[in-house]
Unconditional design. Structure first.
Length: 340
């Protein structure tokens, strides 16, 4: 993620390669010319999802789990697995094959001892992290407030084969753009997954929580997918990229500062560290300035690792946004009162 700006700065040198991937049909561009067609995908009628009891390795907060084989067998539709209970959280392991043919691994956390359906937040980790670590960060606060949390491994992270260091390398721009696109599509397919499950309540949309790289991905996924009803972006920001990057459609489609304005009028919360040396104040302010109302930016006395209060604040904010959305829906369907 730290070298995305460098990657975009030299994007002009591979314009021809990128344009070779242009989709056959392109919908009308949105606000500021941002074009979501580059992150579209063909969703199956039913996503085949394999559910199982996770291993200790798969829910470890301190280490990367064992990776699956590149030629791992296709997921088989299975449900009803016995969850692993960790404190007040029930956890099941999920696998599905994404639109690009890769197997995506994920964890679904739900409140233990309670019956759904639960409102759900899709949570996406940062560079070099994984699904279990982001669950450890954001799930406890959300679980206590009655939410479920669905967290995938991004490409090259967690159980998925490969090294996250590929994201840092500046010698393969086409690979970088394809990876970021795949991250975005995988998030959207997690929403497909959530909508299939009877234990999750997606009638008012899903919430999104992203951390660092996850916030970059969320800025684009949220703009592209109207099923995301509210977003909390933690330590998110935007690089100052050269104008040439905005002239290449594939590159522009993945720039958070171009995508995020299209999330409006849905609500946005950004949470950032005042002394963050990775996503600096300037970068955070740049992304916030690009976003449109309703939006809010909260600062914490921290670096890139936010304090626990930030997770509680994000959870409280998401609960309130969901309550407001539900109230608005009820108001729309209530019959008008009879005049007396």
């Amino acid at each position: 993620m730290l070298l995305v700006a460098t990657l975009l700065a030299t994007a002009a040198s591979i314009t021809a390669s990128l344009l070779a991937d242009e989709p056959a049909t392109r919908p009308t561009a949105r606000v500021n010319g941002w074009d979501p067609s580059w992150i579209r995908y063909d969703a199956p009628n039913v996503l085949v999802v394999e559910e199982s009891t996770p291993t200790r390795d798969q829910v470890s907060f301190t280490s990367r789990p064992a990776t699956i084989a590149a030629d791992a067998p296709d997921p088989v539709a299975k449900s009803g697995a016995k969850p692993m209970r960790v404190d007040e959280v029930n956890i099941v392991h999920l696998r599905f094959r994404d639109a690009d043919g890769e197997i995506v691994t994920a964890l679904l956390c739900t409140p233990a001892g309670k019956r759904g359906p639960f409102p759900v937040a899709v949570a996406v980790h940062g560079l070099g992290s994984n699904k279990a670590q982001v669950c450890g960060q954001v799930a406890p606060a959300l679980i206590r407030r009655g939410f479920a949390v669905l967290a995938p491994d991004l490409p090259l992270h967690g159980e998925r084969p490969g090294s996250p260091e590929v994201f840092r390398h500046a010698d393969s721009l086409l690979t970088q753009f394809r990876l970021l696109r795949r991250c975005t599509v995988d998030v959207r397919q997690c929403i497909d997954l959530a909508m299939q499950r009877e234990d999750l309540d997606t009638r008012g949309g899903v919430s999104f929580v992203g951390y660092s790289l996850g916030s970059l991905v969320g800025s684009v996924a949220g703009a592209a997918d109207e099923r995301i009803s509210a977003m909390a972006l933690m330590v998110g920001g935007a690089f100052d990229v050269p104008p040439v990057a905005t002239k290449i459609p594939q590159a522009a489609a993945l720039l958070p500062q171009l995508a995020l304005p299209n999330f409006s009028p849905r609500p946005l919360l950004m949470l950032n560290g005042q002394i963050d040396q990775i996503i600096t104040r300037t970068m955070a302010n740049r992304l916030f300035a690009a976003a449109k109302e309703p939006k809010e930016l909260r600062w914490y006395s921290s670096g890139h690792l936010l304090p626990q209060t930030a997770y509680d604040d994000a959870a409280d904010w998401l609960v309130k946004r969901r309550e407001q959305a539900q109230a608005a829906v009820r108001k729309q369907v209530e019959p008008p009162s009879l005049a007396r």
